[in-house]
Design a protein around this ligand. Structure first.
Ligand code: AMP
Ligand code: ZN
Length: 140
């Protein structure tokens, strides 16, 4: 099956491009959650962040920073959220790794708590965990 983001990278599918360089393209999400919602996509097709080399991760996040700065400047955004849905269990729909940048406007907006409310039961248990470098077997 053809990857829709590879098609965008190869310019077979048009997109509204925010930024592009040798290894990365950034374009507007067609279902924007905020004004200027942008996807930053490495040109090499891999589905997971873990599959990128350290150098590719550096390049990707350097460009995330560049795009966030550009969106703040050009759109007058006053903040931004960054998100990456990695894997089906995390809601990843397009299996080509991409970083969402959601420019934010005004003051006192909601952060991750709107998508992920605190799990009070886990919260109590985490507060009682031993401190310092964790032993994963003690994680509630
Ligand atoms: P996810 O894989 O869950 O991070 O979501 C994929 C994102 O890609 C969604 O927010 C879609 O709106 C967006 N999307 C899907 N097709 C296109 C397209 N042709 N151009 C721009 N964005 C797209
Ligand atoms: Zn792809």
């Amino acid at each position: 099956m053809k990857c829709i983001f590879c098609e965008i990278i190869n310019k077979n599918i048009p997109s509204s491009i925010v930024y592009e360089d040798e290894g990365v393209i950034a374009f507007l999400d067609i279902n924007p959650r905020t004004r200027g919602h942008t996807l930053v996509v490495p040109k090499r097709h891999v589905s997971s962040l873990i599959e990128l080399s350290d150098e590719e991760v550096c390049e990707l996040f350097r460009d995330v920073k560049k795009c966030a700065e550009l969106l703040m400047k050009k759109l007058g955004a006053t903040g931004f959220n960054i998100g990456l849905n990695n894997g089906r269990s995390a809601g990843q729909l397009i299996e080509h790794v991409h970083v969402h940048i959601l420019p934010r406007y005004g003051d006192e907006g909601k952060g991750f708590e709107s998508a992920f409310p605190i799990d009070e039961e886990l919260s109590e248990k985490v507060k009682n965990m031993p401190k310092g470098l964790i032993d994963f077997s003690t994680l509630p």
